[in-house]
Each structure stands twice: as structure tokens, then as C-alpha cells.
Design a protein. Structure first.
Length: 278
């Protein structure tokens, strides 16, 4: 089955959201922004390894402010609530606001619950999630179709959905291009769709790392709104958000002083694609 997916599909996906997500204009005092989205890939033994293992802390800034303040001297750790294991993070000496694991090896497992704790400015922020499974990419090929312009470059992505669970996906097409999808219409099927790149100085031989991330329903809703907003304003949707979208991270000290950002754990499959001559 072949489906044509393009940017307007993002708006359609957002219509069916069941959870209420608050969106408001970013005025007032700065808020803590927690970027704690992790990607995991399976190694040769089938164990999950970090492929992206840092947490970034910043403060929200006015939308047109190009200077984003970083946050230092925070205490950060992730607790495996199912096994009572703790992974601590330490701030990078050379990259203020970037925190990386500090206590060596740590195993992540499907089905376990993980709690993120961030302590900053005498306030504690917590978020709980599980690793969301994904599906491998079977193939990516270059097509010859166009969407809005003759310079558009079509690729076709093929994958097989897991029919045993309801999957939600975040597709990363490199170059800050993202798309959300749920398997409601292709549950357990081999599925392919077309995606179109505008001519962004993409020449023959240029490479793109294309990823399919497993996400849960709440992060699906969150990402869909971020992507839709970035389409209106331009830019990378997964930089500090231009609107205040409430996340799964709660301020347990003062709930009204909520954080922005998200705590997400995604199984991820990637495919290195090389563009051909049109």
C-alpha cells in the first residue's frame, strides 16, 4: 500500500488528539526548558544502546531573542523505577547546559518505567516514561515525482509496522525536517509513503540520515503541535519551543512554575540515504 504524506497531514493528525495540551504565548518570567529526548538502537546482542545520551537545560527566552540562556549547576538523574537503578548526569566542562551520564554503563529495558529528576534553583522537576518501540526501515529509494515544485525531490520510505501494539512514530528526515504518524490505518502491514524535499542545495551525492523513532501517544501529540508551529514560523521544531506547550515533566515543588521540554525514550532505526541525480 502506498500513501502520499506531506506537510498538511500533520494538521490532520492533530485533529484527533484526545489529550488537552495547553499552548500559550511565551511571556512573563523565564521557565526552565528540559530537552531530555533519548534515542536507543539495538547492538549485536539485541541490547539497547544510547545513540544520543545528553540532556540540555536552558531558560525560555522571548521568541525573537537569539541568545538562549543555558542552565548550569543542576542536579540530574534518571531512576529505573522497576529495578531501583540510578543513572546520574554531570555537566560538561566545555559545553554549559549540556549534561551527560557520569556513572558508566547502565542498561535500559522495554517495559521498565524511568523517572527523570532535575533539581534546579531549589525546585524539583520530575517526568516518567517508558521506552517506546519502533519498527525497522526496510528501504529508502528516490522517486521521480514532485509535489508543489519541479525542484522537489521525492523519496519513498518502506517499513513494516508491528501488528501487536499501537505504534506512534516520529520520522526524522534530517535537515530539521520531521513528520509524525500513527499506525491506525496500516496496523501490522508493510507500508510505504512518499516524502518530498524542497530544493535545499541537495545535489547528487549528498547524504541524509533518515530515522524512525518510536514514541508514545502523549509525545506524538506534543511533537505534532511543535511541527505544526514550526511550519508556521520556520526553524527547527525541537529547539526550545516558540509556544509554551505543557509536557510530561512536572514541577513537584511548585506546580505553577512548570518546565518546558520533554522526557522521551525512543527506540530508533536509521537509514543513511544518498541522493541521486534527478
Amino acid at each position: 500500500m502506498k500513501k502520499l504524506l506531506y506537510y498538511s497531514m500533520i494538521i490532520i493528525a492533530a485533529i484527533g488528539c484526545e489529550d488537552v495540551i495547553d499552548v500559550d504565548v511565551p511571556n512573563g518570567d523565564p521557565r526552565l526548558v528540559i530537552d531530555a529526548s533519548f534515542e536507543f538502537s539495538k547492538d549485536e546482542d539485541g541490547l539497547l544502546d544510547f545513540s544520543q545520551d545528553e540532556i540540555r537545560l536552558t531558560l525560555s527566552a522571548p521568541f525573537f531573542d537569539e541568545n538562549i540562556p543555558t542552565v548550569s549547576n543542576a542536579t540530574i538523574f534518571i531512576t529505573n523505577l522497576s529495578r531501583d537503578l540510578v543513572l546520574t548526569f554531570r555537566e560538561s566542562i566545555f559545553e554549559p547546559g549540556i549534561y551527560r551520564p557520569s556513572n558508566g554503563s547502565y542498561s535500559f529495558n522495554f517495559g521498565d518505567e524511568y523517572e527523570l529528576t532535575v533539581i534546579y534553583d531549589n525546585q524539583t522537576y520530575k517526568g516518567i516514561t517508558q521506552i517506546a518501540p519502533s519498527s525497522p526501515i526496510d528501504a529508502v529509494i528516490q522517486g521521480d515525482g514532485t509535489l508543489f515544485d519541479d525542484d522537489d525531490i521525492e523519496i519513498e520510505l518502506f517499513f513494516t509496522d508491528d501488528g501487536d501494539i499501537n505504534n506512534y512514530y516520529l520520522f526524522d528526515f534530517d535537515f530539521n525536517l520531521f513528520l509524525t504518524s500513527e499506525d491506525r490505518f496500516y496496523q501490522g502491514q508493510s507500508f510505504n509513503f512518499s516524502y518530498f524535499y524542497e530544493d535545499r542545495d541537495i545535489n547528487a551525492g549528498k547524504e541524509a540520515e533518515i530515522k524512525i523513532l518510536g514514541i508514545d501517544r502523549q509525545y506524538f501529540d506534543y511533537s505534532t503541535i511543535l511541527i505544526e508551529q514550526s511550519e508556521q514560523d520556520g526553524g527547527n521544531p525541537f529547539q526550545p519551543p516558540p509556544v509554551r506547550i505543557r509536557s510530561n515533566i512536572i514541577n513537584t515543588t511548585n506546580p505553577d512554575n512548570y518546565a518546558l521540554g520533554y522526557f522521551n525514550l525512543s527506540e530508533t532505526y536509521s537509514f543513511l540515504f544518498t541522493f541521486q541525480e534527478q
